[in-house]
Structures are given as C-alpha cells and as structure tokens.
Design a protein around this ligand. Structure first.
Ligand code: NSS
Length: 448
C-alpha cells in the first residue's frame, strides 16, 4: 500500500495562523531589519498595519511591531481583500535599501496575509482628549504612549539596580490595610468581611517595621488616594516607590534620595534616548542632573514668595503655584527642607532646635513641575508620636503595632516616598499625569 506523505513535509500556506511558528525563537523584529546587514534577505515579518496608502500599482503598508515601524511595498494585484489600519499581518518579502522609506529600508513584498482582521479603527486624526481616554485600551498602541511606557520601564530599572548596588532589600508590603498614613480625607474605604479596611495610601508604616530585620528596605506598590479634585498631577491610583532605612538621619536620607533619582533619570537617558527625544526631552537635560541637589529652607520659600508677589502665609503648606514659582527656572530637582509641624503627618520627626518644624523635605522637579517625593526622619519617641496621632484625630489603638516599633528597640530612621507617575510626567515633559501610565484612574474614570 502506498504510504501517505507525512503531514510535516507539506508546505503550509502562510495565510493561516498555525503556520506562524512562535516557538522557534526565529521571530524577526523591525529594529533588526533597518540596517545593511539584512539587505537582500528574504524575511517574514509579523506586526500591525500602522499606515497605508495606494500609489499606482502598489500598496504601501507601514507595519509596526514593539521595536519600530517599517514600510512594505506590495503589488496591488497580490492583495485580495482590503487591508485596514491595525489589522495584524504577516508580510513576506526582500529587505531593500530605499532612502524614501522611513528608516531607510523597506520590504519589497511578495505576499501579505492578514492574521487578525481589523474593523474600521476608531482613532483617526481628529480626536478629543476625552475620547482618547474612552479608547485608552487602543490608544495605548500609539507611539506616544508606547514611548512613555518604555521610558517608565527604564526609570524603574535604574531604581532597581541602584537599590541592589546599595544593598537595600526589596519587600512586598500589604495593599489592604486597617489604618491611615496620610490623613483620613483621601482614604478609599472597603468592607473587609464586616470590618472596615482601606486601600493603602503609602507602604511607609509597614516598611518601618521591616527595617528591624533588614535595615534598608524598599518597595514599589500602587498607592490609593481618593483625591476629591481634578488636577493634572493627582491620580486615584499611583505608583509609589518608597524606602526606609535604620540608623539614618535627615541628611542621610536626602543624600540617598538624590543619588537614587540621579540613577533613575540617567538610566532613562542611556536606555531610552530616542523615546525621550521623540517626546520632546533632550536626554542631555537628564545627564546633567547630579547630586547634590539645591536645598531651600521653608523660611526662605516664604521670603521668595513675598518677593515674587505670590500670596503665602508663614506656616501654610506649599501649593502647586508656589512649587511652580520655585522651580520654573531650575534645571535639576531641588529640596524644600523643614516644614512647619502642622502641615506634615504624625510620623515626621520634630527638629529639636525648632520644635515647630519637622525634619521633612519635599523634592521638587525642575521646570515648574513641582513635588515628586517626600522624605525625612521619622519620630522615634513613643510619647511624642502618640500625642501627634491623637492630634490628627486618629485612635492610637489602631496603631498599636506601629507604636510597638518605638517600644522594642526604637532606632533613629528615615525614609521617603517618590511618585513614579509624577517623575515620568516631568522627564517626558507631559502636561498631564494621565499620559504617564496605561490606565490612569481619575475622579470620573474607571473605564476601561
Ligand atoms: O503623601 S506623600 O507626600 N508622602 C507619603 O505618602 C509618605 N508616607 C511617603 C514615605 O515617606 N514613604 O506622597 C509621596 C509622593 C508625593 O510626593 C507624590 O509624588 C506622590 O507620592 N503622590 C501622588 N502621585 C499621584 N497622584 C496622587 N494622588 C499622589 N499623592 C501622592
């Protein structure tokens, strides 16, 4: 009996999804095709249709993948059905040098198969900001948001490496909590099997507990704030990079913060220079940032505002307008050091020389961007902290576990919290914080 030819010997048509061998590690990316090395090579490229136009007998399709965009020229006669924007495709053809093509190379295609067809793509040239938020799940494919996500990734990689180089330990504190850190007004409350719980506003209190076993700890977590107003720098859910260190004083934590921040922005400049430039940020601006950062005392801020004719009472907190005024002409972050006790939370340490002030500092981003982090020395005295918990209207009972840290081997310690979204807003020169993460949560928006 004649044997049937075995299935694996058959040439599979490229038009079926099953023909794409994703497991072979042979995937070709656009980034690697835009150079002389591959000129003349026959390739098969996977991606999405980014732009399309027809010209005499050819169709020009610009394809995008996660690494870039590349043009393919396909004879119209090979195209059997309409090609829509954002359809996923496999294009086969020869890599050819052509100065007219974006990136200087194109694929002279001998075939295109549509892997996942697309309906008429809802995002065209004219769109409102609100509409783009409605279709954020699609808008995240845009070059702009993609570039911001890549910069953000590099910034975080820079932080991770810096912490490792300084032997800080990464830990995972809880998000569901039973007590407030940053005041009651912005708590998201939820029912926890009949008890009241909250979404974490900050990991700080838990990080403070972990300095006892590990001394230098950090975490990256979402933090939640039920902010009641709509601004261009507040989110309901933001990403919080926080650290806490035993045996470290106020000056020590400021030094750590400026080194960490420098490492983060330098990493972005090294690893994502093209993305930064496309967003309007010269990577050199970031390379120029180096410690030590300028320090301005709160008293000085009050004087500066008086001189500039901007209203500010001694003792009040800085508004975004004050921060803008302070940083508009700066090229690197600055610290505002020491704040009046009453504008900072119960955990901040009182300055022994000026008991109305606390050892707390905000880092303000330059160019008018304003506050990106808060840090300082923590109150390590049991009685002092109980008095201040009560003064903020909280019940010390809810903080028994936290107070234990001052009962069993309390040590001088310091820490900080840095808002990643705000940092990214500054370095990518965004007007609004909503651009800095894929699904911004705002006062009115939980969809998509
Ligand atoms: O409220 S903070 O000023 N400080 C804390 O939460 C401390 N417990 C942190 C610590 O020392 N471990 O928030 C810290 C930073 C602040 O400077 C902003 O950059 C950011 O967190 N932050 C926000 N970003 C975006 N949206 C909102 N709503 C927001 N709130 C704070």
């Amino acid at each position: 009996m004649p044997r049937k030819p075995s299935a694996h010997k058959e040439e599979k048509p490229i038009s079926s999804i099953s023909s794409i061998r994703l497991d072979e590690g042979k995937r070709i990316f656009i980034r690697d095709l835009l150079n002389e090395k591959n000129e003349g090579k026959q390739v098969s490229l996977l991606g999405w249709v980014w732009r399309k136009r027809e010209h005499s007998n050819d169709i020009f399709v610009v394809v995008r993948d996660s690494t870039g965009v590349m043009q393919a020229v396909i004879p119209s006669k090979l195209v059997k059905k309409p090609i829509y924007i954002e359809a996923s495709v496999e294009i086969t053809g020869v890599v050819t040098k052509d100065e007219r093509a974006p990136g200087g190379f194109e694929i002279r295609a001998s075939g295109i198969s549509i892997i996942g067809d697309s309906e008429k793509y809802p995002i065209s040239k004219d769109f409102s900001e609100e509409f783009l938020l409605d279709v954020r799940h699609l808008w995240n494919r845009s070059t702009k948001i993609k570039n911001i996500m890549l910069v953000r990734e590099k910034v975080l990689a820079g932080a991770r490496d810096w912490f490792a180089s300084q032997e800080w330990h990464e830990v995972n504190p809880p998000i569901l909590t039973g007590s407030a850190v940053e005041g009651g007004a912005t708590l998201f409350e939820l029912d926890y099997h009949g008890k009241t719980a909250y979404l974490s506003q900050s990991a700080q209190l838990y990080l403070e507990t972990l300095i006892f076993p590990l001394e230098k700890v950090w975490s990256l977590t979402p933090s939640f704030r039920a902010e009641k107003s709509r601004t261009n720098r507040h989110l309901m859910e933001f990403w919080h990079l926080e650290g806490e260190v035993a045996w470290l004083d106020f000056e020590g934590i400021l030094k750590a913060e400026e080194q960490l921040l420098t490492a983060m922005v330098h990493r972005a400049a090294e690893a994502a220079p093209k993305e930064l430039a496309a967003l309007g940020r010269d990577p050199e601006d970031l390379f120029r940032i180096k410690p030590p950062f300028k320090r301005v005392h709160y008293d000085e801020v009050v004087k500066i505002m008086k001189k500039s004719g901007i209203e500010m009472e001694a003792g009040e907190d800085l508004s975004s307008e004050h921060e803008k005024q302070l940083t508009a002409k700066e090229k690197a972050p600055i610290f505002v050091v020491e704040y009046p006790k009453k504008v900072k939370p119960f955990y901040t340490k009182i300055d022994q020389n000026r008991p109305d002030f606390v050892l707390s500092a905000d880092m303000l981003a330059p160019e008018g961007y304003g506050e990106i982090s808060t840090g300082g020395q923590r109150e390590d005295d049991l009685d002092a902290i109980i008095t201040r918990i009560k003064a903020e209207g909280f019940n010390p009972k809810a903080y028994e576990w936290y107070l234990d840290l001052r009962r069993y081997g309390s040590v001088p310690h310091s820490g900080f919290g840095l808002g990643i979204d705000r940092l990214v807003k500054w370095i990518t020169k965004r007007e609004t914080i909503l651009d800095t993460l894929p699904y911004p949560r705002t006062l009115s928006r939980i969809y998509p």
